[in-house]
Design a protein around this ligand. Sequence first.
Ligand code: FES
Ligand code: FES
Length: 154
Amino acid sequence: MGSVDFVVNGARHVFDGDGNTSLLEVLRDTLGLKGSRLGCGANQCGACFVLVDGAVAASCDTPLWAVHNKSVTTVEGLGRPGSPHPLQAAFIAEQAAQCGYCTSGILIAAAGLLARCPKPNEDDIRSALGRNLCRCGSHNRVIRAVLRASGQAV
Ligand code: FES
Ligand code: FES
């Protein structure tokens, strides 16, 4: 196919390179959005997760052509330092990261969950984040943070 025309965090982009380039590579190396991380590179860890038209997707395993005419949200699109997304504020309040390598992918997966299920219970959260690996073991604080972000007592 020719150019890939897509939107990232509300801004339109046209990519004229190889459409088989991974979305993660384009986000990080072409657009300079370094929040999405390369972990496994094989759709096994969640570090690279983004939302594509609202659905969680592994950007390492998504060729750019697959997002033609679609809208991508990365962790940079969730909020800003001065106006964080409720999830980002809750992660700070709960100190729900250690090294932070997995955190952007977890935030994206949690944002996808809250968009379809504004008041998830703990099982909902564990299920939605089941594909996100965290080597630091921050899982319990992550769950508290998602509950907090959804306005539920922790
Ligand atoms: S880097 Fe994409 S799922 Fe692990
Ligand atoms: S906070 Fe380090 S891998 Fe999750």
